[in-house]
Each structure stands twice: as C-alpha cells, then as structure tokens.
Design a protein around this ligand. Structure first.
Ligand SMILES: Nc1ncnc2c1ncn2[C@@H]1O[C@H](COP(=O)(O)OP(=O)(O)OP(=O)(O)O)[C@@H](O)[C@H]1O
Ligand SMILES: [Mg+2]
Length: 388
C-alpha cells in the first residue's frame, strides 16, 4: 500500500504542483487548502506524513502544527513545514511547534523526494507501538456550561439512543462524585461503582475491575455510577486514576459517554484531551450564554483544536432565539437543538427511565436519536448541518 501524504497549502497551484510531484513518486496524496482544514482532514485520512505550508491566511502553519501535536490521534504523524522564507528563526519556530523537517519554496522535485523519504523512514523506525485506535471505544464527554442545564439527561439519553441503534455496546460513566444523579435517572440510585473504583490504587484500576462495577440497563447499555453521598465530592484520588478509568472503559465500551458535570472543573481540566469529542450543553438563557462563552474560551486554551460540539437543550420554539447571533457570541457552531419537554422530562425522572424510552415518538426523542448519529460517527465524518 502506498504511503499517504497530506498537503496543506492555501495556494492551489502549489497544492497541485507538490501533489503531482508526490504522485509521480508513487505516494497517495490528500489535500487541504486552509489551515483549519488540516486537523479534520488528518483525522479523516490518517496520513503517514503531513506537508504544511507556513503562510496561510486563516491559521498559520505553526499553529496548525501545534494543534496536530495536541491531538492524540495526530500527534505522532511526521510533519514537514513548507515555506517561502529561508530565515533561520522560522525554522526554530517550526521545530518548537513540533515539525520534523523543513523545506523552502520553490523546491526541486528531487529535494522534496529525498526529504519525504528520510522523514518517512525515520518515523517508521521510531513509530511507537500503540494499540490501534480502532480497537478502543470513542470517548465522548458531556459538559454543562453551568449546573442544571441537562448534562446528565443528555448523557443518559444519548447513550440510550446509541444502544437503541443496536450496533454498539455503549457505556455511560458518571464523574459527578458525590453528586451522582445518573443512577437516579436510571432507576438505579444505590450503585457507587465510580467511587469504589477511584478509591483503589491506580495500578489496580484495570478493565477486569471496572467490569465488576458496571451496572447493566435493560435498554442495552452499561453504566459506571457515582454515589450521591455528599462527602464523596471531597474524595482524594490521583489524576492518573481518572485516565486509568477512561482507558479501561474504552476497552469495554463502544463508545463511552462521560458525564463531566459543569464548568471548567478539575476533572474536565484533566481529562479534556482524552475525550475524542466534547459536547458542551447550554440552554437558551442569557446567563448560560454568558458563562458558556467564557467556558468555551477556556476549553479552547486548555486543549487547542479539539472537537467541541455545542448543544442547546430545553430550547423553546415560542422564544425564537437568533441562533446565528448565539453562534457568533460563542465563536462556535451550534450542532444540535433539543426542545424543552418539561412534562416528559419530569415523568421520565419520576419513573427512573430515559426520556427516549418513555415516549419513542416525541420530538425530543427524534432530536436525541439524530444527536446520537452525529456524535457516534467516526471523527471527521458527519455533516456540518444543524440538527433541529
Ligand atoms: N429537554 C428538556 N426539557 C425539559 N426538561 C429537561 C430537559 N432536559 C433536562 N430537563 C430537566 O432539567 C433538570 C436538570 O437536568 P439534569 O439533572 O440532567 O441537569 P444537569 O445539568 O446534569 O444538572 P447538575 O448540574 O445537577 O448535574 C431535570 O429536572 C431534567 O429532567
Ligand atoms: Mg448532572
């Protein structure tokens, strides 16, 4: 199989020229013509090497390079930076940003060929032996912009919807230590699996142990629940224990949905990078939007270039919120809207049953099923249209 090379350059002529050179040398070629396309393209194409132009109008190559290095899926892909400049300073910045090699424009085909070959050979030698990502379940974090916006409700119903689709074996995990309401919404309030697991030494937190703490729901998913004993909120555990829980669950469930509570709390700060997708739940209130805007900035700073998906919960058609203005305010596209269904939500909570099982034909059920399709799709896939 030929090695695949992703070329990122805003200049179409340059893209074509380099693409052609590489194709003639027997490589498979993928292209992106803007900096912000590089990461999604890399996630979708799994290239063996990325050739990155430095000067691009939207995001420059150094920034793109940093984002690629910050993502666990793309951090080991070798990068050759490509620039019209020959200044030594630029090379230093490039290497600091994580580039493997440097080329200056215009480049002779033979020079391009020899650099590409050298970098690919080096990376084949040093390639770390890691479990292929496809054998691990996707990690989906659900985080409220503030408390009470419906984070737990979304996490539970999303997992139920994925289970309903029949293809997968999802797990939902509650990281709300001492405030675990997930089990209550599932009609299984007494289980405290997460608390039990986190009280063990990190080395003991393995899939076998996690398996014994999972509870099964009739709807076809399993759950790792947190206690609702208030004191457990102050529990001490090492940050590595969180990673051990996430990694272990990812060997058991496909995908794993995490209730991360709300705000930029210590758990989300620590595990954000381990989430393949992070769903930020908001509601259409001014106060929520104000804190959501700050939260999204903080999340972007903590883990640049990650997939954040904004979901509006409890939307009311009577108050026509101008979504475009909200998107502008948040600096982030709204990817799903879940209608307000207060009576149904109330009944479901009383019955200890996910909303979508209470009323399979409700509008909210349909909206949550669509959300499940969107988030359970492989990374980089999925349309950009809004789901309403
Ligand atoms: N789409 C909806 N329509 C109407 N009510 C909803 C909707 N989604 C959730 N609710 C209700 O809103 C309340 C809060 O939901 P939930 O407990 O899921 O929020 P949360 O953000 O997880 O809260 P916490 O910050 O306490 O963890 C619950 O009473 C729930 O039934
Ligand atoms: Mg909650």
């Amino acid at each position: 199989m030929p090695e695949k090379i992703l070329i990122v350059d805003d200049d179409i002529d340059s893209l074509k020229l380099i693409g052609l050179m590489l194709q003639r040398q027997g490589y498979e070629v993928a292209a992106a013509n803007a900096g912000n396309q590089a990461l999604p393209k890399a996630l979708a194409e799994h290239p063996d090497l990325i050739i990155l132009d430095v000067m691009m109008p939207d995001i420059n190559g150094y920034e793109v390079c940093k984002r690629l290095r910050a993502n666990p899926e793309t951090k080991n892909i070798p990068i050759i930076m490509f620039t019209a400049k020959t200044l030594i300073d630029d090379k230093v910045i490039g290497f600091e940003a994580g580039a493997d090699d440097y080329l200056t424009k215009p480049t002779h085909p033979s020079e391009l060929a020899s650099r590409v070959k050298a970098v690919l050979a080096r990376s084949a030698n040093t390639r770390r032996v890691e479990a292929p990502t496809s054998s691990r379940g996707m990690a989906i974090g659900v985080l409220g912009a503030k408390g009470g916006v419906g984070t737990t409700t979304i996490a539970l119903n999303l997992t139920t919807a994925i289970a309903q689709s029949g293809k997968e074996n999802p797990i939902v995990a509650d990281f709300r230590l001492g405030m675990g309401t997930l089990g209550l919404y599932m009609g299984m309030g007494r289980s405290t699996g997460m608390t039990n697991v986190l009280s063990k030494p990190t080395a003991e937190i393995r899939p076998q142990l996690l398996e014994t703490e999972l509870v099964a729901h009739v709807a076809g998913f399993r759950a790792l629940l947190s206690s609702s004993r208030p004191r457990d909120a102050m529990m001490n555990f090492s940050p590595d224990a969180l990673s051990a829980v996430i990694n272990g669950l990812r060997t058991l469930g496909r995908p794993v949905v995490f209730d991360l509570g709300s705000g930029f709390n210590p758990i989300v700060a620590r595990v954000q990078r381990e989430m393949d997708k992070l769903l930020v739940v908001i509601d259409p209130n001014g106060v929520t939007l104000a804190v959501a805007r700050e939260l999204i900035r903080e999340l972007d700073a903590n883990a640049p270039g990650r997939t954040n998906v904004v979901i509006v919960n409890r939307a009311q058609s009577s108050t026509q919120t101008p979504w475009q203005e909200v998107e502008q305010l948040l600096g982030q596209e709204i990817r799903a809207i879940i209608s307000a269904a207060p009576e149904l939500a109330f009944q479901a909570a009383e019955a200890g049953k996910p909303i979508i099982l209470m009323q399979p034909n409700a509008i909210v059920t349909n909206q949550i099923m669509k959300l499940a399709d969107l988030v359970a799709a492989p990374q980089g896939a999925g349309g950009s249209e809004m789901l309403a």
